[in-house]
Design a protein around this ligand. Structure first.
Ligand code: F3S
Length: 285
């Protein structure tokens, strides 16, 4: 009987950096109110702990515009340019940017490319905050697609170059599939695979483990886009894949008498939650 835990399970460097920044700011600015624009990560447990320590989550631009002092932290997903401008105008506000460097890189690419009148195609989920942030750095034509049907329907003027970028956590196989469809069109296309290294490695390892496992457990917040993609990837290789947020969601009886169980977790899943699941799965074997 074997339990295989993915080495890449849990916080990626961008999420770890963002969470560390919030705790550092709490220490550094005792007495000041610390705000995060949106939850710092998609993980209820971490957000609850920060709330206990006094961190306030600001949800809308309207709420943000009313803040006149304190520290405002931008989370790893990044934000559109107007948010920086808004916060820079509020003189009493200290702006702390925890945007993941891999996301900032995409902001710079699309900003520079769109200045040259290049059309930008983002392969990703339009409602995801990271994609909304990227859209906010594009000065000209832009579109977001995530399905083969949407890729087939893309219509752009043929006299302008096109740059394709990806949401950092997009499924690499799907990205390739969509790029192939787009390359069949007669555009001058440059493809920039901006799926981050952490995501690529995590997806590859999850697939390999799922292939060798009779049951696979994917741990992460239900709103976490990268965890949802991990779940899809694992399901392709292992039918008995379970998506859980914490140990409480796992019915250990479901695992029955399997020989090998694989465990992976999204980029915003804290280590203690992964360990708790791993230890309890071990107990039943
Ligand atoms: Fe950054 Fe990739 Fe994590 S973009 S926040 S390292 S999933």
């Amino acid at each position: 009987m074997k339990v295989i835990r993915a080495k890449t399970a849990g916080f990626c460097f961008g999420v770890k950096r963002a969470v560390d920044i919030v705790y550092e700011q709490l220490d550094k600015h005792k007495g000041k109110t610390i705000y995060t624009f949106g939850s710092i990560i998609h993980n209820e447990e971490v957000v609850k702990d920060l709330t206990k320590k006094g961190v306030i989550v600001v949800r809308t631009e309207e709420e943000l515009s009313k803040i006149t002092d304190g520290v405002v932290i931008i989370r790893s997903h990044g934000v559109k340019r107007e948010i920086y401008e808004l916060l820079e105008k509020a003189k009493g506000v200290i702006l702390v940017d925890a945007t993941c460097p891999d996301v900032r890189r995409i902001h710079r690419i699309v900003e520079q490319e769109s200045e040259k009148e290049t059309a930008i195609i983002i392969i990703g989920d339009i409602i995801h905050p990271e994609v909304q942030g990227i859209l906010g750095w594009i000065k000209g034509q832009a579109m977001v697609i995530k399905t083969p049907e949407e890729a087939r329907k893309v219509k752009l003027s043929e006299d302008k170059p096109v740059v394709i970028v990806a949401q950092t956590t997009f499924n690499y196989k799907k990205f390739k599939e969509l790029v192939e469809i787009l390359l069949e069109k007669r555009y001058d296309i440059s493809v920039l695979n901006t799926i981050c290294n952490a995501t690529r490695k995590r997806q590859e390892e999850a697939f390999q483990i799922a292939e060798q496992s009779e049951a696979m457990i994917v741990i992460g917040d239900k709103h976490s886009s990268n965890t949802q993609k991990l779940f899809e990837i694992c399901q392709q290789a292992c039918k008995a894949t379970y998506y859980i947020q914490t140990l409480a969601d796992l019915d250990l009886n479901q695992l029955g008498s399997v020989e090998t169980v694989g465990i992976t977790a999204g980029a915003s899943t804290p280590n203690n939650i992964i360990e708790e699941v791993q230890n309890n799965v071990r107990v039943i074997f």
